[in-house]
Design a protein around this ligand. Structure first.
Ligand SMILES: [Zn+2]
Length: 145
């Protein structure tokens, strides 16, 4: 049995629910070395065999893009927590979840794996994200309403 993992931004306007395809201890914990992620202290998990549901209060999510503009970095505009990075391809969204910004349980005490994606082409980047990130549904509605 795998366990559903629930998290949220600091103010609670953005809620995340990860249904992983494996136990939490087997999920990856990645630390991207780019300048944006380092400034946020972001640590990521994802599971291509799982499913991620993001529920955000209407209008609260800011979608920030930088550098190559290939992903949306989802930030709560109320409390400034950085929640996840998300892409869409052929009508399907995929995301990698920032376990720090969403206070996702199960990762305390683990060393993250430092990763540097600087040398990827845009095509390699898209292929990697689709292979590793979690299929995602994003709903803009009041959480727990
Ligand atoms: Zn918030």
């Amino acid at each position: 049995m795998t366990q559903t993992l629930n998290g949220s931004c600091y103010c609670g306007a953005v809620h995340v629910q990860l249904d992983p395809g494996k136990p939490v201890g087997e999920l990856p914990l990645r630390v991207c070395q780019c300048g944006f992620c380092r400034r946020h202290g972001a640590r990521y998990t994802s599971d291509p065999a799982g499913w991620l549901h993001i529920t955000a209060a209407p209008g609260v999510l800011r979608r920030y893009r930088f550098s190559r503009q290939t992903a949306d970095f989802l930030i709560c505009q109320e409390c400034a927590c950085y929640v996840a990075a998300m892409i869409e391809d052929e009508g399907q969204a995929y995301a990698t979840l920032n376990v720090v910004g969403t206070n996702l349980p199960g990762f305390d005490g683990r060393d993250g794996e430092p990763l540097d994606y600087e040398d990827e082409t845009d095509e390699q980047r898209l292929a990697r994200r689709k292979a590793r990130w979690t299929p995602t549904t994003l709903v803009e509605a009041v959480p727990n309403a």
